[in-house]
Write a protein that binds this ligand. Structure first.
Ligand code: SF4
Length: 217
């Protein structure tokens, strides 16, 4: 399973987005309403990568437009990052879920390694076009998709790490000022699930501020 044959040979983000609408690179397209591709300026300095679209994102066709997206927007602004210069996307572009009773919200299921790897060509193509200075992995799925299955967000969150060349070709999106770096933090939906939301939210803002300071330096 791979999205590779569906990824068009183009340098245009909109053409990539169009191509992703027809992706059958794994089985997740079958139960989702639509592909949810990344959104943001094509010259964004920061790319944020979540896990997968949620129920609301699947219905609207846009990433991070549900409650977690609102938390993320606020945290980005409070951290000193520029929301308007941030591209947001997900490691997996279709919503994986369990069916729900009519009228109920569908229940999220974590994508497995095969699905994450199948969808990775889209993420690579987005990185190659946007050429970010910093990539921020939101949560364990995104972090493990980018940094490998042994990476633990709980142990290394908020650390600005060199780009893992073994995972991706850094030269695809090297910037004049140096190659992209990567930082992992919590997924904003984890803030909403936390027993201590205030502390969890402050931790997210502090992690994002590390990226903001690196970009300012
Ligand atoms: S999840 Fe990714 S690889 Fe799977 S069908 Fe959707 S876009 Fe293609």
């Amino acid at each position: 399973m791979t999205a590779e044959p569906y990824v068009p040979d183009t340098k245009d983000l909109d053409e990539l987005r169009q191509g992703a609408r027809a992706c059958h690179g794994c089985d997740l397209y079958k139960d989702a309403i639509q592909t949810v591709f990344g959104e943001g300026p094509p010259d964004a300095r920061v790319v944020m990568v979540g896990e997968q679209p949620g129920d609301i994102e699947d219905r609207r066709g846009e990433p991070f437009v549900g409650p977690a997206g609102k938390v993320l927007d606020r945290a980005i602004t409070e951290s000193g990052l520029d929301r308007s210069a941030t591209y947001v996307t997900n490691a997996v572009k279709h919503f994986k879920h369990r069916p729900a009773a009519p009228g109920k919200r569908r229940i999220h299921q974590t994508p497995d390694r095969v699905e994450i790897m199948a969808c990775r060509p889209w993420l690579l193509a987005e990185f190659a076009q946007v050429a970010p200075r910093v990539v921020i992995a939101l949560g364990a799925t995104a972090a493990q998709a980018l940094l490998g299955p042994s990476f633990r967000v709980t142990r290394q969150r908020g650390e600005l790490l060199p780009w893992p060349e073994s995972a991706y070709h850094a030269e695809d999106f090297a910037q004049p000022g140096g190659s992209a770096r990567i930082l992992a933090t919590l997924h904003p939906s984890a803030i909403l699930r936390s027993d201590d939301r205030d502390t969890a939210y402050k931790g997210l803002v502090a992690d994002l501020a590390v990226a903001a300071q690196a970009l300012a330096g």
